[in-house]
Design a binder for this molecule. Structure first.
Ligand code: GLY
Length: 207
């Protein structure tokens, strides 16, 4: 049910960065994670409906972003990041999105900061978006400027796809400053600070 927790075990208990497929399942079971059915009734019914035409038009979800990315900084200014997603609806079996690919869906460099993305993974994979955000911060950019740069890069390189799709980034730097930005409106993010959650609407390139 929580692949993000299995991913953490990979980081903490193995010398590796990534496990996939059957090996990842074997590792999760050996770590005591139960095998669970992730298919909800709502998703099953949507799939039954989709099968009537079975048109191959995979989509990110209707709220225009799909993935939960998190970047945290502690009182010693140590940065951590996490990213978890169900990916794209009705995609080809075997399709890999940006979320599990380090540097695409999420990237942390503890000397600089961290970033995570949401939205259409293909556009983020093609630009290694989260890595780009962190590299901009390394060059001195404020996290807000860094996320804007990554969004603009994506729109510049993939203008047609960008018209119809969302990509958003969040970022935190080593000083605790943060930023968030999307291609389209509707990208909300939450800032948790001093025991309080605050929801913000991120800025966007298109209005
Ligand atoms: N952002 C998640 C995906 O494209 O799979």
């Amino acid at each position: 049910m929580h692949p993000i927790s299995v991913a953490r075990r990979v980081m903490e208990k193995t010398p590796h960065v990534m496990l996939t497929g059957e090996g990842a399942l074997m590792f999760a079971l050996s770590e005591g994670f139960p095998k669970e059915n992730l298919l909800t009734e709502t998703a099953r019914l949507a799939w039954e409906e989709w099968k009537k035409k079975a048109e191959y038009k995979p989509k990110i979800n209707v709220e225009r972003h799909d993935t939960i990315g998190m970047v945290a900084i502690d009182s010693k200014n140590r940065i951590a990041g996490a990213c978890t997603t169900s990916g794209m609806a009705f995609k080809m079996h075997g399709r890999v999105g940006d979320s599990p690919v380090i540097g695409a869906g999420m990237f942390v460099d503890n000397e600089v900061g961290g970033a995570a993305s949401t939205g259409l993974g293909e556009m983020v994979l093609r630009t290694l978006g989260s890595f780009l955000v962190v590299e901009e911060m390394r060059r001195g950019a404020h996290p807000q400027k860094a996320v804007e740069k990554a969004v603009k890069r994506i729109v510049h390189k993939y203008p047609e796809q960008a018209k119809e799709n969302q990509v958003g980034f969040i970022a935190v730097d080593k000083k605790g400053r943060h930023g968030a930005y999307g291609i389209q409106t509707g990208f909300n993010y939450v800032l948790y600070q001093r025991g309080e959650n605050k929801i913000f609407e991120a800025g966007s390139l298109f209005q």
